[in-house]
Structure formats: C-alpha cells, structure tokens
Design a binder for this molecule. Structure first.
Ligand SMILES: [Fe+2]
Ligand SMILES: [Fe+2]
Length: 310
C-alpha cells in the first residue's frame, strides 16, 4: 500500500512511535510521530527525516513511492536527532541527494554524524525550485533550536513547520479534523508548554512572518497535520506566545508525612470555594511535563515542599 498522499504528489512517509512514553523527560502518554514528507516533483524532495531507530521504516515508506536513489533534495529543517537520525542512512541510499540546511544546522549535523553530506546552506528567505513548486525557507531560529527553520510550498500553500505546531500524539489518522479535538488541543498545548514556552516571546514575530503567507495546510514534524483548524492553532499560538492566563491556580506540592499535603488540600478547598479553578498536583506522582501544560496558562502558582528532608 502506498503511503498516504496528503496533497497532490506529496506523501506522508514518516512513522508512528506508538511506544514512546518518555521523550527526553517529556512524558508522552499518547506516543509520538516523526513526520517526513516526500514531494514527487521534477526534482524529488524529502522534507525532514525520522529518529534513527525508525530509519528502516522511513526507507521502506519512501521506496513504495520512488526508488531511494531517485531523491534529489533532502530538506533538513532541524537537526535534533528525532528529525535527523536517518540522515547518514539517506546519504548512503540517496547518493545524488543534496541536503538543504541552515548554517547552524550544518555545523550541528557534522558534529552529530561527521562531514559526510553534500550540503547546500540556506538563509532566511532562500528559495529552491523543484519543478512546479518553489520551496521557500523561513528561519524559525530558537523555535526551538538555533537551526530551526520551516519550509513553505507556495504551489500547495503548505507550511512544513517542523517542531512548531507539533503534538506528541500517535494516531492512525493523520489530519486534525479526524481525531478527538480535546485530545488534539490538549497535546498541542502540552507540546507548546514543554518545547516552546521558554521562547514564547519569539512566537509573535514568527507568526507575523507567517501571516503574509496563504496557508492551506500546516504539516508539522510531530503529530497530525492541520487543515481545518489552522486558524484555531494559530490563534492558540498567538495567545500562548503572549502569555495569556486562564484564571486558574496551580498547586504543585510534595509531602513526606502528609503535612504539606494537608496544607495543599486546605488551600485548594479555600480557593475553589472562592470560585477559582484549582489544579492540584503531587509532584512525586505527576510528570513535570503534565504540570507544565497547566502551569503555563495559570494565573497563580503555589509550590509546597515537605519540611523534612526538603
Ligand atoms: Fe526539536
Ligand atoms: Fe522534534
């Protein structure tokens, strides 16, 4: 069976990591995906790769559409290993492929894998004609690494956004409109809180940059593809980036013999009686990444530590 065609001659050749539960400290209760997109134009182009342990599956997916050695260009939007892990195998399997990458990305890739690639370094706004399509590269520096960029296909009106707009959410359905909306937006929020929150002040500028583009699809490197809820996720990013608060109170505590817990519960009751939405987390029993998802939109935060061995 051919990989899913997400737009005219563009195939979803990435992988689902159903078993992922810990993404370098981020608890991924719904798994993860590493998305990669194959564009079959006059010049055959791959956008992003996958985590190294899924290399074989990526190569198999591509091979169902086109021979590996037919790939002309590989765009590396970001070198963190969840997206670049298959680069060395691709360099071998696709001998004529040129790797399009930022200067920071090139330096990092060489450190990770050695100087084994045919690189073409691209700057913000650079373009690459691949036939019917012209791809435009847009720097997304510090969203969330110095090398991060996005790639836009004007012909398709698709933004290949890499980590931005992602969710750690493994599903057999690949589009936003096909999945449970509460799950999707919770995972998008949790992802923003854990991956992009430290750089939230940069989101406004990035959105301004993207604001000039006509976008019919946002194809991120994690999770489902945005089609019907593009405006919703852009609005969420705008709010989250500007530090919107939802009026809630987060109480995060731990307790050795129950004293701090009693205090946390008493404060929670009092605040709830006063009409405040309260979210209480015992830290020893809750992943930090779950608390972060609630904390970054909270209006208040109380931390409670045990007084023994604190
Ligand atoms: Fe990343
Ligand atoms: Fe990533």
């Amino acid at each position: 069976m051919l990989p899913l065609q997400i737009a005219e001659n563009i195939y979803d050749v990435g992988v689902q990591d159903w078993a992922a539960r810990d993404f370098h400290g981020y608890k991924t209760e719904r798994g993860a995906t590493y998305n990669s997109y194959l564009i079959m134009d006059e010049k055959i182009t791959l956008i992003d790769t996958v985590k190294a342990s899924f290399t074989e599956e990526l190569l198999a997916n591509i091979s169902k559409v086109t021979p590996l050695d037919s790939i002309d260009y590989i765009v590396i939007n970001h070198v963190e290993p969840d997206h670049s892990g298959a680069m060395p195998a691709l360099a071998k399997a696709c001998p004529k492929a040129k790797f399009y990458i930022t200067m920071q990305g090139k330096n990092e890739a060489i450190q990770h894998y050695g100087d084994i690639f045919d690189f073409e370094v691209v700057k913000d706004g650079a373009t690459l004609n691949i036939g019917k399509r012209t791809l435009t590269f847009a720097s997304m520096a510090m969203l969330h690494w110095p090398d991060s960029m996005a790639t836009y296909s004007e012909y398709d009106k698709i933004l290949f956004s890499n980590d931005a707009f992602g969710q750690h959410y493994a599903t057999s359905k690949r589009f936003d409109c096909e999945v449970n909306q509460d799950e999707l937006f919770y995972e998008a929020k949790k992802y923003f809180a854990n991956i992009l929150w430290p750089y939230a002040k940069l989101i406004g500028n990035a959105l301004k940059k993207l604001g000039g583009l006509e976008i019919k699809m946002i194809a991120p490197s994690h999770g489902v593809i945005w089609t019907e809820h593009i405006l919703d996720i852009l609005r969420c990013y705008s709010e989250w980036g500007s530090g919107v608060q939802d009026g809630s109170l987060v109480i995060a505590y731990d307790s050795m013999w129950g004293g701090t817990e009693k205090l946390a519960r008493a404060i929670a009751r009092g605040a709830a009686n006063a009409g405040v939405v309260v979210k209480v987390f015992k830290m020893g029993a809750t992943p930090n990444s779950t608390v972060a998802a609630e904390l970054f939109t909270a209006s208040g935060f109380l931390a409670g530590s045990s007084t023994l061995n604190c």
